[in-house]
Design a protein around this ligand. Structure first.
Ligand SMILES: [Zn+2]
Length: 154
């Protein structure tokens, strides 16, 4: 596997990892959230070639039996999860303004420059985004994830 994986991996996260979904979208990964039964999550992963992200041991085992790629997490800790995904899947931990998705609807965002300011437009749900006060929290969490990454043995 190449060390720099382009943003073409797709994910389906279970209900317990709902907060992870917007993070992966911000990082540019096509990610959906599914609150249905195990069978439905497995069906979606198979049909759409998505990697399953779950905290459910039973779902992880069932998916693995079907030969699907699945990551089982034991705690919902965003920097920890992102660091592990970077280690195991080559997930990129840096924000790319030209390759980011709407945290709400998963549609790829369009970058626009308005009076010297970067702004993102969502053609899917018409929302607009810019680097507001929440941006500091996002950068901080990504930094923490990168620190965990370099501190890991791999
Ligand atoms: Zn949207």
């Amino acid at each position: 596997m190449s060390t720099e994986e382009p943003r073409r991996r797709k994910f389906v996260a279970d209900a317990m990892l709902k907060n992870l979904v917007s993070w992966l979208r911000i990082l540019g990964y096509d990610t959906i959230y599914w609150s249905g039964g195990d069978r439905e999550v497995i069906g979606i992963a198979e049909a759409e070639d998505r990697i399953i992200l779950t905290m459910d041991r039973g779902l992880a085992a069932a998916a693995a039996r079907r030969g699907l790629k699945v990551l089982l997490f034991h705690e919902n800790n965003i920097p920890g999860i992102l660091a592990r995904m970077a280690n195991e899947l080559g997930l990129s931990l840096s924000f790319d303004p030209r390759s980011t998705r709407c945290p709400v609807c998963n549609h790829p965002l369009r970058l626009e420059h308005r009076s010297g300011r970067e702004e993102w437009m969502c053609p899917g749900c018409d929302k607009k985004y810019w680097r507001g006060s929440h941006w500091r929290n996002i950068s901080r969490a990504l930094e923490e994830a990168r620190r965990k990454l370099t501190g890991s043995p791999r």
